[in-house]
Ligand binder design. Structure first.
Ligand SMILES: [Zn+2]
Length: 344
C-alpha cells in the first residue's frame, strides 16, 4: 500500500532491537480500522502498531460469541464441559492449549489455589475445580463474567489485574493465562503483576500462539488487532521471563503430537493471512457474505510484487514441508510457558 511510510519505527518492547514494518495497513477486527504490523528479527516477534487495547470490545464479542469465528468454539466448550464426566480430560483432548495446561499442572496437589486471569466464559476454571483444585477466574469483560457465574457458579469476578495483585499478593500456587498475553499492549507488566500473585513456590502458566519456526514474513492468521496485538516466539517469551526475574521451561508437546499430528509448518494463504474485520462499524458481527467481500478487497490491495514475493516464499515453505524439514516434534503452533520464582 502507498502509505508504507515514513512513520518512524519504534524499538522492540521485548529486546530493544529495531523493528521493521511487515504490513502498513492490516485490516483491524472492526471494519474500517487499520494497523501496521511490525516485526523484530532478533526475537522473531510481530506486534501491532498502535499497541492499544479496547477493553469494551470484549463485551461486544462475548455478547454475540456464536457469530464470531475464532471465538465461537469457546461458546461450544462452555456448553459442553458441564455434560462431561471429566471436563479437564475433555478439554485436553479437544485442544492443544488445554492439553498443555493439564500437563503443566500434572504434579500439583489437589486443593492447590489457582487463579485464571482472562477466564472468559469460565469453562477452564470450572474444569479445574472439577479436577479438585481451588480455582477462580477473573476477566475484564462483564458479559463474560456474568455468563460464567450463571453457568458455573460464583467463582468469577470482573476485575482488573492491577487491583487484584494488590489485594491478593503471594496467594496462589498457580496463575494461569491461557491465550491472553497476545491481547495486551504491555506483556512485561502483565507478567510482573501475575508473578506478584504467586506464592514463593508458585508457578505462572502461559499459553499463546507460537511464531517459532514460522518464517519472518508470515502475518498472524488469528484475530486481527486490537484483539491480537502480538505473535510471540519462544525467544521473546524467554526475554519476558528473564526481565521479570523468573525461571522458565516450555511444555513438550511430543506425546500430544503423536496422537494429533500437525503439519510441520501450517501452509498459509500468501495473499491475506488474517481473519480481517469480523465486526461492522456498529459492532455487529459481519455476515459471512460481508466477510467474503472484505477478503476479496484484501486480496486486491496486495501489491503485485508483494504478491509474487509471498507466492515464491509460500512455495519454498511447501517444498520445505515436502522434503521433511520440520518443526521439532516437541513444538506446536502454540506454546505453553511455565515460569517460576528462583529458589534461594
Ligand atoms: Zn525483539
Amino acid at each position: 500500500m502507498k502509505d508504507d511510510i515514513e512513520k518512524p519505527l519504534p524499538l522492540c518492547k521485548l529486546c530493544n532491537a529495531p523493528l521493521r514494518s511487515l504490513h502498513s495497513a492490516q485490516p483491524g477486527y472492526r471494519e474500517g480500522s487499520f494497523f501496521r504490523v511490525l516485526h523484530c528479527a532478533v526475537c522473531n516477534t510481530s506486534c501491532a502498531d498502535p499497541l492499544t487495547i479496547d477493553s469494551l470490545l470484549y463485551d461486544v464479542i462475548y455478547s454475540q460469541i456464536d457469530s464470531l469465528p475464532g471465538y465461537n468454539r469457546y461458546a461450544h466448550y462452555a456448553r459442553q464441559v458441564s455434560l462431561e464426566h471429566n471436563p479437564l480430560a475433555y478439554l485436553a483432548e479437544a485442544e492443544d492449549v488445554y492439553w498443555s495446561i493439564r500437563e503443566s499442572l500434572a504434579d500439583l496437589p489437589a486443593d492447590s489455589k489457582i487463579l485464571e486471569i482472562g477466564s472468559g466464559l469460565g469453562y477452564m476454571t470450572f474444569a479445574l475445580r472439577k479436577a479438585g483444585f481451588d480455582a477462580r477466574g477473573i476477566d475484564l469483560s462483564r458479559v463474560a463474567v456474568e455468563n460464567a457465574i450463571k453457568r458455573f457458579g460464583p467463582f468469577y469476578e470482573q476485575a482488573d489485574l492491577r487491583d487484584w495483585s494488590l489485594r491478593y499478593p503471594q496467594t496462589y500456587d498457580v496463575v494461569l493465562m491461557a491465550e491472553l498475553i497476545e491481547h495486551v499492549p504491555e506483556p512485561g507488566n502483565l507478567i510482573q503483576l501475575a508473578a506478584q500473585l504467586l506464592k514463593p513456590t508458585g508457578k505462572l502458566v502461559i499459553t499463546t500462539p507460537n511464531k517459532s519456526n514460522f518464517p519472518e514474513w508470515v502475518l498472524w492468521e488469528t484475530e486481527a488487532p486490537p484483539i491480537h496485538l502480538w505473535w510471540f516466539s519462544e525467544s521473546s517469551i524467554k526475554s519476558l521471563a528473564y526481565s521479570a526475574g523468573l525461571k522458565l521451561h516450555f511444555v513438550d508437546f511430543s506425546s500430544f503430537n503423536r496422537k494429533h499430528p500437525q503439519p510441520p509448518l501450517r501452509v498459509m494463504d500468501p495473499y491475506q493471512p488474517t481473519f480481517g474485520a469480523l465486526l461492522d462499524t456498529s459492532n455487529r458481527a459481519l455476515s459471512k457474505k460481508a466477510r467474503r467481500k472484505g477478503e476479496q478487497q484484501r486480496r486486491k490491495n496486495f501489491y503485485f510484487l508483494r504478491k509474487m514475493k509471498r507466492l515464491f516464499l509460500w512455495r519454498c515453505q511447501l517444498l520445505q514441508e515436502m522434503t521433511g524439514f520440520s518443526r521439532p516434534h516437541s513444538r506446536r503452533a502454540i506454546l505453553c510457558a511455565v515460569m517460576s520464582k528462583p529458589q534461594h
